[in-house]
Write a protein that binds this ligand. Structure first.
Ligand code: DON
Length: 581
């Protein structure tokens, strides 16, 4: 077929050809012998007992070891998560936060919110000086962290759902912190951030062994972190929130000009959220609700895409699918900028998921050219527009009993605020930058926001982290995925779901394929360099302002075949490791 003809075919012709459908599906409102795939890109042979995928081999090994001594997927995920604090601290760790989405064997879902929280002394204009935004304050230094939620969330899920002892889950991480490990890629990240890290003596002490910049072969020992983890192993999360660890962090930040206090730590609570359930072509998609924006926007985009016969379009011309993805991304991300924030503090309209609203938002999408999206939509139920390769990581584990765990965890950008609390080894987050520090001012990811995501005491910053689990019509898991990459998490999750469900790709193929991204502002189509030049040219012909980047997001996932076999995949972009048995 001559693509040039097709690209200019009118929507009416496509409708006649059956490539555009009518309405999106309705949304349910929120309810209730072993193969180690050592190589990036290497697909795991299917297994039946368990599966895990993380961004680091030692974390995957820790999870595998928990399975082998009788733990379930929750035990495995918690052990992997603690290990990531040790071996992958620039991305996530106990000084940061997470969202965990869990399915139990009876088919119930739990959305555990361990997101960081603004301290009691936080103010809306704390990152303004003479009215001017100071993004460097929200990104680096003592004002940037929120109260970390990671340890509380891990304890919550381990004690409710795990089978092994809390101490045993921390043991591999403690050993690795104490005995050291070869840095590998981590050394590059430290070198890339050396200037900012070097501003803080305690960070230098930990990350520049022998006072020198590390190389890939340097061994990193973290005795302070080992001691901190041992304290948490012995005394539980209370040691972090009510004991010496909170004290050490608050004292350090206070002395440097920060505002978090021991009371902020003592008041921190994990929040149990209602998982967000939507439907896509007969499947149920379970996502994470606010303060994540991911669940809502993945559901919005899938809802808009349901107007189109994506499978047929893919066969006919993949450029059209990339184009459609970019179009729905723009619309969803414009809504994000305006409407989304922590729903405990801002009114996030449920109408954002109304099928008629999504149909209206998708109504001006054309297959023959890109459209300019002027701004957010006005979902039903809202009277006026106003209501009075960086960092993070996704890990996932599943087992034969039916447990499925998807955790996205982060300290935000590389090494968070770049400060390690002395004596603790803890890398402190800079999640305050995920708030909108002033209307229209872009954060580290170029994201803008408004009042809904303004800073307030005790409020959690809006996140893009999107742990997702997809079920078939009978309620059996078919896919779980999630990613790192700021707003690219949301768009990567969308593409992974479409590739597996609509194009029948394996989870590994889906993760390794080229990704596109659009976040409305800036108005540009971000395209990975691995995409073939003809497709990039095709998108430009359709009017997209293309910016090429090396990699967009880092994802991990597990899929289930019809006969229940598990396949796990780690993203080739970050050299993660998947394992099934
Ligand atoms: O919660 C969020 O949306 C961000 N803090 C995530 C940051 C991230 O993914 C960085 N990775 N490249």
């Amino acid at each position: 077929m001559d693509r040039r003809v097709f690209l200019h075919e009118s929507a009416r012709n496509l409708a006649a050809a059956g490539l555009i459908f009518g309405t999106p599906a309705t949304f349910a409102s929120a309810t209730n012998s072993t193969t180690l795939a050592r190589q990036q890109c290497e697909t795991t042979a299917g297994g039946t007992k368990f599966a895990v995928a993380t961004v680091h081999e030692l974390a995957t090994n820790a999870a595998r070891d928990m399975f082998r001594v009788g733990g379930n997927a929750v035990d495995a995920a918690v052990a992997a998560s603690f290990m990531l604090s040790v071996v992958d601290g620039h991305n996530s760790g106990i000084g940061g936060g997470c969202f965990a989405l869990i399915r139990d064997p009876s088919g119930r879902f739990y959305a555990i919110d361990g997101r960081e929280e603004a301290g009691a002394a936080a103010t809306k204009d704390m990152f303004l000086k003479n009215g001017q935004p100071q993004p460097e304050w929200s990104q680096t230094g003592p004002l940037a962290p929120g109260v970390p939620g990671q340890v509380a969330a891990l304890e919550n899920m381990a004690t409710r759902f795990g089978r092994l002892s809390w101490r045993s889950l921390l043991e591999p991480a403690i050993q690795t912190a104490q005995n050291g490990f070869v840095m590998g890629r981590l050394a590059n990240v430290i070198r890339a951030n050396a200037k900012d890290l070097g501003r803080f003596a305690s960070s230098k002490r930990v990350l520049f062994p022998g006072d020198e910049l590390p190389t890939a072969t340097t061994r990193l020992h973290q005795p302070d972190l080992a001691q901190t983890l041992q304290l948490i192993a012995n005394e539980g999360a209370a040691a972090f929130y009510h004991g010496p660890i909170a004290q050490a962090i608050a004292e350090y930040l206070g002395a440097e000009g920060g505002i978090l206090t021991v009371n902020d730590f003592a008041n921190y609570q994990v929040k149990q959220r209602e998982p967000l359930v939507s439907h896509y072509r007969g499947r149920q998609v379970i996502g994470f609700p606010p303060p994540s924006s991911g669940g809502i926007h993945v559901a919005q985009m899938l809802g808009m895409l349901e107007c189109f016969d994506l499978r047929a379009l893919w066969r006919r011309d993949p450029i059209l699918v990339y184009h459609l993805w970019l179009e729905v991304m723009q619309r969803a991300m414009a809504d994000r900028a305006h409407w989304l924030g922590d729903a405990d503090h801002a009114r996030v309209p449920l109408g954002l998921l109304d099928p008629a609203y999504l149909l209206q938002r998708a109504g001006d999408i054309q297959l023959g050219r890109t459209s300019k999206v002027a701004g957010h939509g006005l979902p039903p139920g809202v009277e006026s527009q106003f209501f009075g390769d960086k960092h993070t990581t996704h890990l996932t584990a599943a087992d034969q009993e039916g447990w499925v765990v998807a955790i996205t965890q982060t300290v935000n950008t590389s090494f968070g605020c770049k400060m390690i609390a002395p004596g603790t080894g803890i890398v402190l987050n800079n999640e305050m930058d995920d708030f909108s520090i002033a209307p229209g001012v872009a954060n580290a990811f170029g994201l803008v926001g408004t009042e809904a995501n303004a800073i307030a005491p005790g409020k959690r910053p809006l996140s893009s982290m999107s742990p997702t689990i997809v079920l078939d019509g009978a309620g059996r898991p078919v896919l779980t995925c999630g990613a790192a990459g700021g707003p690219r998490i949301i768009t990567c999750t969308l593409q992974t779901i479409c590739r597996v469900l609509d194009f029948d790709q394996s989870i590994q193929e889906a993760l390794d394929s080229p990704r596109v991204h659009h976040q409305w502002r800036p108005s540009e189509a971000v395209v990975e360099e691995r995409m073939d030049p003809a497709s990039i040219a095709g998108l430009q012909t359709l009017g997209h302002e293309v910016r090429r980047i090396e990699a967009s997001a880092t994802a991990q996932g597990i899929s289930w075949s019809a006969d229940g076999r598990l396949e796990a995949a780690a993203d080739s972009r970050a050299g993660g490791v998947a394992f099934v048995e």
